[in-house]
Design a protein around this ligand. Structure first.
Ligand SMILES: [Zn+2]
Ligand SMILES: [Zn+2]
Length: 373
């Protein structure tokens, strides 16, 4: 079938994004789903900072590629052997497919799925196949959601409640599972523990909402932008600090001399992670879910790690089991405990996507969602 999709030809184009127009809205051929795959009619897809990182070359990926890794849609066709989904089901995409059989999958860590990691690196679906008519075009994290339709592995989607509006549902695919999962699964924040979130994009603000639901207190938000800090206060942050201040860590220590129990870094820079490390308490946990350039390095004192019994933990896909956690987080949203609809600041058409990324790069939006008819 013919689809319209946002295609990235080459990495490394300079910002500002809208002027360079790195994404072309192209008409492409999409083939039928193969065995174990499904065709999804995309209804909404979110613009995420890690899409920007592919565009600017910080996350090198094989090109050309149809971008988009946070999407929701309706199952339109089933490939051979898919028995647990039906045409018409609503599904949220997952940006690491999990085979269910490898060592990490069998030990409850599907975010580390070995075949899933390999497929994502190669820009293919979980099976190793590519389903665009032009064999040279790659899939983005098994999703390629900036398109009218997508073929994805069954393992790249989770069935959701049909009553959930599509624009809200989309953000569960990345911002919510990455942000809330980092707090709930990776840090395992408990009622009354102090939490600081550093970097207040869609993922960071979702983490803040997750920490508020977990009963974190005090709940600290840190960013370079005062307007993001104001949003964080509306989202429930009890204290905010601007990371541009050279004494930001000392300011946090003035509030909490012992430091914070959990410092969660969502900014994607080594500097932000260094700040998170500096404000973490003895015995505390520093969690990082940002995605800095592969060459970035972190200066740490190993002895501090030992004598303060510190923990430094990476968090990918929020250490989630998506088939368990996406429905669970949706339930929290529906009960009013996790108001992630507040993350949605803008709805655009596919043709407006370059300008949408431009505004995201400038920090003018939290989550922009492309909506499809
Ligand atoms: Zn993302
Ligand atoms: Zn696996």
């Amino acid at each position: 079938m013919k689809i319209r999709a946002a295609l990235l030809q080459n990495m490394g184009l300079p910002t500002p994004y809208a002027q360079s127009r790195p994404l072309q809205i192209a008409e492409l051929e999409l083939r039928d789903p193969g065995p174990g795959e499904v065709l999804v009619k995309i209804r909404a897809a979110g613009l995420c900072h890690s899409d920007l990182s592919v565009i600017d070359g910080n996350r090198p990926r094989p090109m050309p590629m149809v971008l988009g890794h946070e999407a929701v849609g309706v199952v339109a066709k089933l490939g051979m052997g898919v028995a647990d989904l039906a045409v018409g089901d609503h599904v949220v995409t997952v940006f690491v497919p999990s085979c269910g059989h490898c060592h990490p999958c069998e030990h409850g860590r599907p975010a580390l799925c070995e075949p899933g990691f390999k497929a994502n690196g190669a820009g293919t679906l979980l099976s190793g196949a590519r389903r665009f008519g032009d064999e040279h075009i790659h899939h983005h994290l098994g999703v390629s959601g900036f398109a009218e339709h997508a073929v994805v592995a069954r393992e790249s989607c989770v069935k959701i409640d049909k009553t959930l509006p599509f624009d809200t549902a989309a953000v569960f695919g990345c911002a919510v599972i990455t942000g809330v999962g980092a707090v709930v699964n990776t840090a395992q924040v408990k009622q009354g523990e102090s939490v600081a979130v550093i970097g207040l994009g869609g993922v960071g603000l979702a983490a803040l909402l997750g920490a508020k639901r977990a009963g974190a207190s005090p709940l600290i938000a840190i960013d370079l932008s005062d307007s993001k800090l104001a949003i964080a206060r509306q989202f429930g942050a009890t204290h905010t600090f601007n990371a541009a201040a050279p004494d930001c860590a000392e300011q946090v220590r003035a509030l909490l001399p012992a430091g914070v129990t959990h410092a969660v870094e969502m900014a994607g820079s080594a500097k932000a992670l260094e700040l998170a490390w500096k404000i973490t308490a003895r015995g505390g946990t520093t969690v990082t879910a940002g995605l800095p350039h592969p060459d970035a390095r972190l200066p740490l004192s190993p002895v501090q790690l030992v004598v303060e019994e510190r923990t430094l933990k990476g968090s990918y896909v929020g250490s989630c089991v998506p088939s368990r956690d996406i429905p669970r987080y949706i339930e929290w949203y529906q009960r009013g405990e996790l108001p992630v609809d507040k993350l949605l600041t803008e709805r655009i058409r596919l043709d407006e996507i370059n300008a949408g990324f431009d505004r995201l790069a400038k920090g003018e939006t939290i989550r922009t969602v492309v909506v499809f008819d």
